[in-house]
Design a protein around this ligand. Structure first.
Ligand SMILES: Nc1ncnc2c1ncn2[C@@H]1O[C@H](COP(=O)(O)OP(=O)(O)OP(=O)(O)O)[C@@H](O)[C@H]1O
Ligand SMILES: [Mg+2]
Length: 289
């Protein structure tokens, strides 16, 4: 399958393997509603404040909402690229927040249920994403095949959980599913909606030690975000919370996380998969259908 991926890449894209000037970050969770989409958008803005060029892709084809969070209407989305109705350029949207976004679609459960010709459209489109050096992929909740595939293609996957016991259990579930992928995936843990740093530390230590003990996987603690009323408030006003108030408790937490991502980024620069990794993963993903 990798041979086919390589062939297709050369044929349709001319993209070199081991592209290293891009970092792809997938945001995933076991339980839904833990804050992934809000984090994807506001983290993107926090990273752009640090001079990174950021694209946020809404990979949820069931219930797309990144465009809602930035208060924009999108007539077209990633699905139109797949169906060759639009080019990637036509679906990428500028925002007032110095990041670009690609909307997901509503009503399609699986991005993978597409024909060979559709796949080529998607690959051709994705090659045009080279403008940005950080691509954040927001996924739907749970351990669906496409979520795991996005995780597998990324340079790192941020698993988001809240301190709720059900969320913690489901976070372990998705870490377990990710750990079963044949290629090693860099998993980072982000605890959202915490009341204190002590609570964040307690929850993260528990997940990290259980993952080590039962899955033999090293999960890295990326940080936490405080429970902050600015988040629901900004959702109602359709302005990302970081843009609404970049000195809010939640925003300051994101600054810390963004800095951590970039520091790790620099150290691991040579290991990035970039777009070619994404293409390989999609090839594998489709081949399993
Ligand atoms: N740090 C926070 N403080 C307070 N409320 C928060 C925080 N983070 C998220 N929320 C609330 O949680 C709700 C769900 O957030 P969001 O839509 O980003 O979750 P999600 O994980 O993307 O959900 P889904 O799994 O459905 O895609 C938001 O409407 C927001 O009000
Ligand atoms: Mg979401």
């Amino acid at each position: 399958m990798l041979d086919q991926a390589e062939g297709l890449r050369k044929e349709f894209m001319g993209v070199q393997s081991n592209t290293v000037n891009q970092k792809i970050i997938t945001i995933a969770s076991g339980k839904g509603g833990v804050g992934k989409s809000n984090i994807a958008v506001s983290l993107g803005i926090a990273l752009s404040n640090l001079k990174e060029k950021v694209l946020v892709i809404d990979a949820d084809l069931g219930l797309a909402n990144i465009n809602v969070l930035v208060g924009q209407v999108s007539d077209y989305n990633i699905f139109h690229v797949i169906k060759d109705l639009k080019t990637m350029d036509e679906v990428v949207m500028d925002t007032p927040y110095n990041i670009r976004i690609i909307s997901g679609a509503s009503g399609f459960s699986q991005i993978a249920n597409i024909a060979d010709s559709d796949r080529k459209n998607f690959i051709n489109g994705i090659e045009k994403l080279n403008d940005e050096n950080i691509i954040i992929i927001d996924t739907g909740a749970g351990i669906a095949r496409n979520v795991i595939s996005f995780a597998a293609c990324a340079d790192e996957t941020i698993v988001v959980t809240t301190p709720e016991p059900t969320s913690i259990t489901d976070a372990y579930g998705i870490i377990k599913a990710i750990s079963m992928e044949p290629n090693k995936i860099d998993v980072k843990l982000l605890i959202n909606r915490v009341k204190s740093t002590v609570e964040a530390k307690k929850v993260s230590s528990r997940i990290i030690s259980i993952a080590k003990q039962f899955l033999d996987i090293d999960v890295e603690y990326l940080g936490f975000i405080f429970e902050d009323s600015i988040v629901p408030y900004s959702v109602i006003h359709q302005v990302p919370f970081y843009a609404y108030d970049n000195r809010s408790k939640a925003s300051l937490c994101l600054d810390h996380i963004a800095n951590r991502i970039l520091n790790v980024n620099d150290r691991n620069f040579q290991k990035r998969k970039g777009i070619s990794g994404l293409v390989d993963t999609f090839m594998n993903m489709y081949s399993k259908q």
